[in-house]
Design a protein around this ligand. Sequence first.
Ligand SMILES: NC(=O)c1ccc[n+]([C@@H]2O[C@H](COP(=O)([O-])OP(=O)(O)OC[C@H]3O[C@@H](n4cnc5c(N)ncnc54)[C@H](O)[C@@H]3O)[C@@H](O)[C@H]2O)c1
Length: 230
Amino acid sequence: MNMLEKLSRHESKLAVVGLGYVGLPLAAAFAEKFQVIGFDMNERKIAAYSQGHDVTAEIGDEALQKSGIDLTADPRRLGEASFIVIAVPTPINGDKTPDLDPVKGASETVGKFLQKGSIVVYESTVYPGVTEDICLPLLEEGSGLRAGRDFKVGYSPERINPGDRHHRLKSITKIVSGMDGESLALHHRAHLSCRLYQGGRGSQAGGKYPAGYQYRLHERAFHGLSPDGH
Ligand SMILES: NC(=O)c1ccc[n+]([C@@H]2O[C@H](COP(=O)([O-])OP(=O)(O)OC[C@H]3O[C@@H](n4cnc5c(N)ncnc54)[C@H](O)[C@@H]3O)[C@@H](O)[C@H]2O)c1
């Protein structure tokens, strides 16, 4: 039985790391199909979500309460998941360089609890090379496992625009990429099954992860030039 079948039969879990504007809607979408652990290091945020209050206002209190996301601030729970999505912030430093500390911190945490046979997918907006040159070594170091052999890595730029009520997670085509054919196929099928299940527009396999970066770069450049940002 492959990982996706195990996820679908609730014999394995998917975890989302970082439950903000991007991570929370994603966790809720996956939770329609899979058992989802929602992990955030911010205990106050987890407490608010656990009380049914969506502080991002992206999915709303009712949808959050019905979502069934297993909310936690305990990183050890990540050891229960075989599909891990990282959606932590990538703020900009004062000198306009990207602050990679949250992505590095999340990689270290995930690495500590990473199980053999897992896939880790980055959804944070990063520049080309961050996933394979910075994050992947941290996952290997923390877990003692080898990428490619013991676990896989994928990249999928999140394209939602928080607050936009017309172009929602379900209607935006997802671009997925992976370190090899196997991870790409798995990543693609996971998104496809969850989006098609919701009647969404599905996902588009972008090939190896440079394709995912390239797509995002083009898109951001276009947004930068477009007067209304769309
Ligand atoms: N919000 C947007 O408009 C948007 C759109 C597309 C892509 N993105 C990208 O998606 C990523 C996430 O953005 P966001 O707006 O959801 O951020 P956010 O600040 O709303 O949420 C990120 C969450 O991650 C948590 N976090 C930080 N470090 C952590 C760690 N080490 N372990 C666990 N949790 C941790 C924070 O507590 C926070 O709740 C960023 O890279 C951003 O650039 C954002």
